[in-house]
Design a protein around this ligand. Structure first.
Ligand code: GLC
Length: 522
């Protein structure tokens, strides 16, 4: 029996609920849809935990990341009963359910904000950050929205600006007000009491800002753009509008709340920080977030040197006893099949599922769904509408289940799905992949099954190994993993026998790697 807590040995599967399965026929996915596909996740694929992006009541300005009631289910997604049934069914299959928690901002339609904006002396005024304009009428400081434009929105009724780091419909909560802390943690406890197993914390390091709201300095020299094009946002050093050290006290409080439950509840934070030391600080003394998501593989060059450099840096940065995590795709980034190229998809699968730590797999990446091009003028995503080119619709297209109407995502009678399907859905879908022994989905299944049966992969140490240029090789316990990032054959010096290859034949040997091949050797 493993002595590791469940969250260390699990594989997380991210579901964007609008896009997984529609059961109501309105072209938008829903909670009963997820429940109806649980056998796929537990038996066919074999993941251990599901993280669902927000399903709370919301005007959907940022498709649910603008929460109007933290303890509700938006009717678009179903009812609280649907949620309870989903949770029960997840648990009945021995899986865990992780929900999204959005502490940085609420919707401007949340009753708290409606009150807050109603007058300057409303008791909830201070639940958000309100400031007078500068004498010339401009915003109180130079902070820029992560989606571009000022991070402040002027409110005519009360003559002040409120802080909004994303869209103007997402008002930043003032966590320095103890009433906000209390109310937000009470709403979080609502879900923990219902039995959810963990939370994914949205923009976790944004919550605490400089109390004096000082201007951010401009970046010196060429700004480094390490996420998707953020335009104006990347012109500034974001030292005052996020990442304040008081975040750590907040996550110690969150952790204490999670730890007060039996069995233990888990947290993973969205921490887009390139500086390893600062990133790792969110582990605290193992008393803050259980895991900060590690997004470094999203930014690194897709080469053996690029990827191994990030893995080694992460391994070195993580505090003793801390546990790594890896992400290749999510609802905010271009699909991996388009970023890395189709022929590298099997390698990406083996990398993600053989590194030390918790892998998070984004729905549809197990099929290699490509990014769907959606022209700027047709983008639904607020980021894409504000900043042409930055749109995220293309990675949020409906899941491709089979070759029937709407790829089995919506029923036949449905007029249209909320986003179009990716172009190749009639060939690239779960049913087709299951029929093809050499498909990417079948490789994911083999890798997941192998990982589930291997203590070495689940908990073994990681050691980087010398290998020819273009090959990233490492040891995990008694296993060796060798990955060929090039389109040429590479000669290897490893002994042993091949346990699993990304090639569907049985010609793999420990002495060479075919183009784009990955192997696990024992
Ligand atoms: C996170 C979410 C993203 C959302 C933003 C604002 O980055 O992943 O989808 O737009 O936070 O909540």
């Amino acid at each position: 029996m493993s002595t590791h807590p469940w969250w260390q040995t699990t594989v997380i599967y991210q579901i964007y609920p609008r896009s997984f399965q529609d059961t109501s026929g309105n072209g938008v996915g829903d909670l009963p849809g997820i429940t109806s596909r649980l056998d796929y996740l537990s038996d066919t694929l074999g993941v251990g935990a599901i993280w669902i992006s927000p399903f709370y009541k919301s005007p959907m300005a940022d498709f649910g990341y603008d929460v109007a009631d933290y303890t509700s289910v938006d009717p678009l997604f179903g009812t609280m009963n649907d949620f309870d049934e989903l949770l029960d069914e997840v648990h009945a299959r021995g899986m865990k359910l992780i929900i999204d928690w959005v502490p940085n901002h609420s919707s401007d339609e949340h009753p708290w904000f409606v009150e807050s904006r109603s007058s300057r002396d409303n008791p909830k005024r201070d639940w958000y950050t309100w400031r007078d304009p500068k004498p010339d009428g401009s915003p109180p400081n130079n902070w820029v929205s992560a989606f571009t434009g000022p991070a402040w929105n002027f409110d005519e009724t009360t003559g002040q600006y409120y802080l909004c780091t994303f869209t103007t419909k997402q008002a930043d909560l003032n966590w320095r007000n103890p009433e906000v802390q209390e109310a937000m943690l009470a709403d979080l406890a609502f879900w923990l009491d219902r039995g959810v197993d963990g939370i994914r914390v949205d923009v976790a390091h944004f919550v605490m800002k400089d109390p004096e709201l000082r201007d951010n300095p401009l970046v010196e020299g060429e700004p480094v753009i390490n996420t998707k094009d953020h335009g104006e946002y990347d012109l500034y050093e974001h030292i005052y509008d996020k990442g304040h050290e008081d975040n750590h006290a907040l996550y110690r409080d969150v952790r204490a709340l999670l730890d007060s439950y039996q069995p233990e509840r888990f947290s993973v934070g969205e921490i887009y920080i390139a500086d390893w030391r600062e990133w790792a600080s969110y582990y605290g003394d193992l008393d803050e977030l259980h895991l900060p998501f590690n997004f470094s593989l999203l930014w690194a060059p897709w080469t053996a040197a690029g990827i191994s450099g990030e893995v080694n840096a992460a391994e070195a940065a993580i505090p003793p006893g801390g546990w790594p995590s890896y992400v290749l795709g999510n609802h905010d980034n271009n699909r991996i099949a388009t970023r890395f190229g189709e022929e590298q998809m099997p390698l990406a699968a083996m990398l993600l599922l053989t590194l030390r730590g918790v892998p998070t797999l984004y729905y549809g990446d197990e099929l290699g769904i490509p990014e769907r091009y959606i022209p700027p003028e047709q983008q639904l995503d607020p980021h894409g509408r504000l900043l042409p080119g930055a749109g995220r619709d293309g990675c949020r297209t409906p899941m491709q289940w089979d070759s029937s109407a709407h790829a089995g995502f919506s029923s036949d009678g449905t007029e249209t799905t909320w986003l179009p399907l990716s172009d190749d859905w009639s060939d690239r879908n779960v049913a087709k992949h299951l029929d093809d022994p050499g498909s990417l989905l079948n490789l994911y299944r083999r890798l997941l099954a192998y990982r589930a049966s291997s203590d070495d992969l689940q908990t073994g140490d990681y050691t980087h190994l010398e290998a020819p240029e273009g090959c990233f090789a490492y040891r995990r316990g008694d296993l060796t993993v060798a990955l060929n990032f090039t389109n040429e054959e590479l000669v290897l010096q490893f002994g042993g026998s091949v346990e699993l290859s990304t090639y569907p034949d049985d010609e793999a040997t420990p002495g060479r790697l075919r183009p784009h091949e990955g192997i696990i050797i024992k």
